[in-house]
Design a protein around this ligand. Structure first.
Ligand code: B12
Length: 266
């Protein structure tokens, strides 16, 4: 059964695939997976590699986004959907697609520090697809952190793949991802402070749009308010809200030499 699913995943364009039985899933801050699928027994973890040119830009441009996020997410969702349907038809499984990031559950507890339905990094590390990096990303031997993870929570009692042993690219790494983070988002105990990361990586997000609106409302004259509404800043916020995430910073991903091929060179 495991081999059949892996072969189908590869056929559908998945780059890396592993299984994690829920007995072996440990992510203390994440919700109980049964909240999403009452029959869930395991997770199929899927990793998709962005286009090779996705991180080789000369200047940080929003035009990079389709190469490593939008296209990978829609192709990934399509592949995961078809794999879920295959498992349903052939094996009688119920599946639930674990989204790459959004939509988040937004409630009083989590809206300032979002938590995914399943922690895909924990699942990737615990099922032998990746190891933890100092940048808190899940580093694959094949592509370092430069993958997008998706998951299929499902009702099959799939055997977990064993974690990777003897691979720790951070031991010899010369790139100091933590202290060079422009948002100073890393804490001593190896976590990322969400608000610090987002301030630099997603300057046009909804929080900053609220700041823009408050600033605009506080302008004394109509002309000054109009000037704010006609500024590039307003249109950047609008574009962010209309379309999708834009990352202004992805240093911890782009500069990480966490794969056997070494760092991405410009
Ligand atoms: C919410 C979220 C964010 C939030 C908050 C991040 C956070 N602190 O968890 C924000 C907006 C800040 C964010 C930023 C980014 N994100 Co994000 N994010 C998520 C999301 C949707 C949920 C994560 C979650 O539930 N976290 C809460 C709980 C589970 O985390 P936690 O238990 O506190 O664990 C944390 C630490 O304890 C630590 N940790 C736990 N165990 C261990 C063990 C060791 C040894 C170490 C060192 C650390 C460590 O790692 C965690 C991060 O702080 C996931 C998708 C998903 N469903 O998993 C993507 C995801 C983690 N993000 C991803 C990416 C690519 C990014 C960005 C690079 C995007 C960008 N350009 O800005 C940055 C990277 C910042 C960073 N270095 O962590 C990828 C990571 C891919 C990979 N190779 O690992 C994911 C998996 C999306 C995906 N589908 O591929 N993200």
């Amino acid at each position: 059964m495991e081999e059949m699913i892996k072969n189908k995943a590869k056929e559908l364009g998945v780059d890396l695939v592993s299984f994690l039985n829920l007995r072996d899933y440990k992510s203390p801050r994440s919700p109980n997976p049964l909240r999403y699928l009452t029959s869930a027994r395991s997770i199929v973890v899927l990793a998709f590699k962005p286009l090779a040119g996705a991180y080789r830009y000369q200047e940080n441009t929003w035009s990079k986004m389709p190469s490593f996020l939008y296209s990978v997410e829609s192709a990934g969702n399509t592949a995961a959907y078809h794999l879920g349907r295959f498992m349903e038809r052939e094996l009688g499984a119920e599946s639930f697609l674990v989204q790459a990031h959004r939509p988040f559950e937004i409630n009083g507890e989590t809206f300032r520090s979002p938590i995914g339905s399943i922690s895909l990094r924990h699942a990737a590390v615990q099922s032998g697809l990746a190891v933890w990096g100092k940048n808190t990303l899940a580093l694959t031997p094949q592509f370092g952190p430069r993958v997008m993870y998706l998951g299929l929570l499902n009702s099959l009692d799939l055997q977990s793949d064993p974690p990777i042993e003897g691979y720790d690219p951070c031991l010899t790494c010369q790139y100091d991802c933590r202290s060079t983070c422009p948002g100073k988002a890393f804490t001593e105990d190896g976590r990322v402070l969400s608000h610090r990361c987002v301030k630099v990586s997603q300057p046009d997000d909804v929080g900053n749009f609220m700041r823009f609106l408050i600033e605009t409302a506080g302008k004394p004259s109509r002309d000054e308010r109009l000037e704010m509404m006609k500024s590039p800043r307003f249109f950047r916020h609008l574009q962010y809200l209309q379309f999708f995430i834009h990352y202004h910073c992805d240093n911890c991903t782009r500069n990480c030499p966490g794969d056997l091929a070494g760092p991405v060179k410009k």
